[in-house]
Design a protein around this ligand. Structure first.
Ligand SMILES: C[S@@+](CC[C@H](N)C(=O)[O-])C[C@H]1O[C@@H](n2cnc3c(N)ncnc32)[C@H](O)[C@@H]1O
Length: 307
């Protein structure tokens, strides 16, 4: 059977053409472009077997990113395995917001809590080569993937720490200019967990507890003690959790609280900062939307708390 015939067969079996081509590229170890030029070539028997297996797994719903072992994030290829969440395009908003928050800060100290594949920590390290970046996760398998991505993408200086949220950095690593986190935020009973890609992703990367906001709560509660004065916390959350995050940040004394919307206009990232002077609580205040705080993403919305 030729490579073209193999592709045609998979497409007849309802595999989308683009996915079929990507999986054939994985099975043969060739690029999709090479496959176009060599369609009439005879397929090797072991490649046929590998391709059939991949096509079967895809038909059963396994995410393409796990089958291909790769997912693009912020225009860079990140290795992904079933030990980590498949990076989502909406998480790029958190990167854009984070970069804008520390644009004026020289050599910022950055922390990514729950790094998974390392997309946030590695991207921030590459976009801000002067930054000192620490990445944590409670899963050693996830940290291994993050470490491999840091090495392959040239961000070896990212420091990896194993442990439960803040405990991973307790003991000397404090004083961050910016903490980012995309924690698990789906409620344990949420029916979406039984659908689509979520069925294949690590439960520990998706669910934090019965309410869904348990991890956000811990991260927000612990932030003021670990941030420098005038340091920022930026968290990604579910589109119905913006109000809860703003409230929790306010309760814990953060100021300048604001929520950014994603390109679908859903509340997605909430930020807050510590006071310029240590341990002094200020009223929640506006942030200047025309200042460097705002990322340049077209269509990005911002919600100001207590205008
Ligand atoms: C939603 S995933 C985000 C991964 C990655 N930052 C991203 O945006 O694609 C959440 C990550 O938090 C980690 N995590 C879950 N519970 C944790 C805990 N108690 N302490 C530290 N990390 C935790 C998970 O292992 C997972 O890698």
């Amino acid at each position: 059977m030729t490579l073209d015939q193999l592709l045609a067969q998979a497409i007849r079996q309802r595999l989308p053409r683009l996915e079929a081509r990507m999986l054939l590229a994985c099975a043969t170890g060739r690029s999709p472009e090479w496959l176009v030029a060599h369609g009439p070539d005879e397929a090797q028997e072991d490649a046929v077997e590998r391709f059939s297996l991949l096509a079967e797994r895809r038909a059963a719903g396994e995410p393409m990113a796990y089958l291909a072992g790769i997912r693009e994030f912020f225009s860079r290829p990140f290795r992904v395995t079933p030990a980590v969440l498949v990076p989502r395009p909406e998480t790029e908003l958190l990167v854009e917001v984070a970069l804008a928050l520390v644009r004026q800060v020289p050599a910022p100290r950055l922390l990514d809590l729950g790094t998974g594949s390392g997309v946030l920590a590695v991207t921030l390290a590459l976009e801000r080569p002067d930054a000192e970046v620490t990445a944590t996760d409670v899963s050693s398998e996830a940290l291994a993937v993050a470490g491999a991505n840091a090495a392959s993408l040239g961000a070896e200086r990212v420091r990896l720490r194993l442990g439960d949220w803040w405990q991973a950095v307790d003991g000397g690593d404090n004083g961050f200019h910016l903490v980012v986190s995309n924690p698990p935020y789906i409620a344990a009973h949420d029916l979406h967990l039984a659908e689509g890609d979520l069925r294949f992703e690590p439960p520990g990367a998706l669910q934090a507890g019965p309410r869904g906001d348990e991890a956000l709560r811990q991260i927000i509660a612990g932030a003021p003690a670990r941030l420098r004065p005038d340091g920022w916390l930026a968290v990604e959350h579910g589109h119905e959790q913006g109000g809860g995050c703003r409230e929790m940040m306010d309760q814990h004394g953060l100021i300048g609280i604001a929520t950014h919307r994603d390109l679908e206009h859903r509340e997605r990232v909430t930020v807050g900062r510590t006071s310029k002077r240590p341990r002094q609580r200020e009223r929640t205040e506006n942030i200047n939307v025309s200042s460097a705080n705002l990322p340049s993403t077209a269509g990005l919305g911002i919600l100001i708390v207590n205008p």
